[in-house]
Design a binder for this molecule. Structure first.
Ligand SMILES: Cc1ncc(COP(=O)(O)O)c(C=O)c1O
Length: 409
């Protein structure tokens, strides 16, 4: 498939008609190929952002694009009044890879999380708990609907939207004593809801022993373990789902982002304790599970397996980390870089100072990245990234970080 000429699309002027909800960088992206992406002026960038952990297969994938074109010509949307065979196919693929039981499809991460929170409440209501409460975490990010922003642990995201939704008990990560203290004598707790690696919160991971202890705690208390794998799932960390590194099985798992390689798809995956909580009429969505989205999910999984992208995420992620550690050795030694952390192709570089300016500087250098939690450079490139491209990311990024740190010194 040919790539559109950059000249066919001009950079759009900043429009008064698009609601001003993002502080956007001053380029518009026109087309991509693999891990390269071009702007409307013809400049090329190396994509270390993947549309924020979405473009699993990169851009213009030679198998995904024809499959989606074929699907477009067949049927895009049918609606959930009828059976959608591709939903059954994608659900089976997710059930097989997760070891869970069934799936509800939606279109975004917040929708999957909203469904999880509704499911937790119904799980409680069904047990006679009329004021169900969910344990959530400091610095968590779960989305921007009223329920999910209330579950989010970031005051900046909540500011201006009071009253927040009640029913959450917040605890710090990796602190079992704090979980026990915050929930002691509270029979209304119905679920624990968390990210295995907090993405927006700055690439902070739950420890394996903590995850295992929370699993045991949920079993003892008859609570649901609900894991938000919207950013960490679909191979990003080198396993299908990040919790699999800890050998645990959640009761509920939310997915989105990488599941459709850019076509909006969200999913709520349930294990046996959660699989029958929703009954007809309890939850729904018009777009969720439409044939185009399902085809994108099915093809994403098929191509990921055919091309060994889980192993690639692990191997290339380790190489990227190694290149970053080498390129930033002096800054690590002098404390300007506090830590390089993460798993697979979900890496964070924490600086000892705010570094939001790096997004523009990286752009100027031909690299797409993001900065979260003020001080953390986040790298979530497509899972097709090659070893050579990983080295190029480090080559482009490390001098920018060094220069930024020198400005302060
Ligand atoms: C862990 C996590 N949960 C939920 C969301 C929300 O997903 P969406 O933007 O698709 O609603 C995000 C988005 O960044 C996320 O990282």
């Amino acid at each position: 498939m040919s790539i559109a000429s950059p000249a066919t699309l001009a950079t759009p002027p900043s429009s008064p008609h698009v609601m001003n909800t993002y502080g956007r960088l001053p380029i518009a992206l026109s087309h991509g190929q693999g891990c390269r992406i071009w702007d409307t002026e013809g400049r090329v960038y190396l994509d270390a952002l993947g549309g924020i952990a979405v473009n699993t297969l990169g851009h213009n994938h030679p198998q995904l694009v024809p499959a989606l074109q074929e699907q477009l010509g067949r049927i895009i949307h049918s609606c959930n009044y009828y059976h959608v065979p591709l939903q059954e196919t994608l659900a089976s693929l997710l059930v097989e890879r997760s070891g869970m039981q069934n799936v509800f499809f939606c279109s975004t991460g917040l929708e999957a999380n909203e469904a999880a929170l509704k499911l937790a409440r119904k799980f409680g209501n069904d047990k006679g708990i009329t004021n169900p409460q969910v344990v959530v975490y400091e610095h968590a990010f779960h989305g921007r609907s009223m329920a999910t922003l209330s579950a989010t642990g970031n005051p900046k995201i909540q500011a201006g939207f009071t009253p927040l939704m009640p029913g959450f008990v917040r605890v710090p990560m990796n602190d079992l004593a704090a979980l026990e203290a915050a929930t002691a004598n509270n029979p209304d707790i119905v679920a624990v809801f968390f990210e295995v690696i907090q993405g927006e919160g700055g690439i902070h991971a739950m420890q394996t022993d903590y995850l295992q202890a929370v699993r045991a705690w949920c079993d003892q208390r008859d609570c649901l373990m609900m894991i938000d794998e919207v950013q960490t799932g679909m191979g990003r960390t080198g396993k299908w789902f990040a919790h699999q590194w800890a050998g645990i099985l959640p009761d509920v798992m939310s997915l989105a982002k990488g599941l459709g390689s850019g076509v909006p798809v969200g999913a709520l995956v349930a294990g046996p304790r959660a699989a029958t909580v929703f009954q007809p009429g309890n939850h729904g969505t018009t777009f969720g599970g439409n044939p185009l989205a399902m085809r994108a999910g099915v093809e994403t999984i098929r191509i990921m397996e055919a091309d060994g992208l889980l192993a690639n995420a692990s191997a290339v992620g380790a190489h990227l980390r190694h290149c970053l550690e080498q390129g930033l050795a002096a800054e690590i030694a002098n404390g300007g870089v506090k830590e390089i952390r993460g798993a697979g192709l979900m890496l964070g570089i924490e600086l000892a100072r705010p570094c939001g300016a790096l997004m523009q500087r990286a752009l100027d250098a031909g690299l797409l990245i993001s900065v979260t939690a003020d001080c953390v450079v986040r790298l979530v490139p497509p899972l097709i990234l090659s070893h050579a491209e990983a080295a190029q990311i480090a080559d482009l990024l490390c001098p920018l970080i060094s220069a930024l740190l020198k400005e302060v010194a």
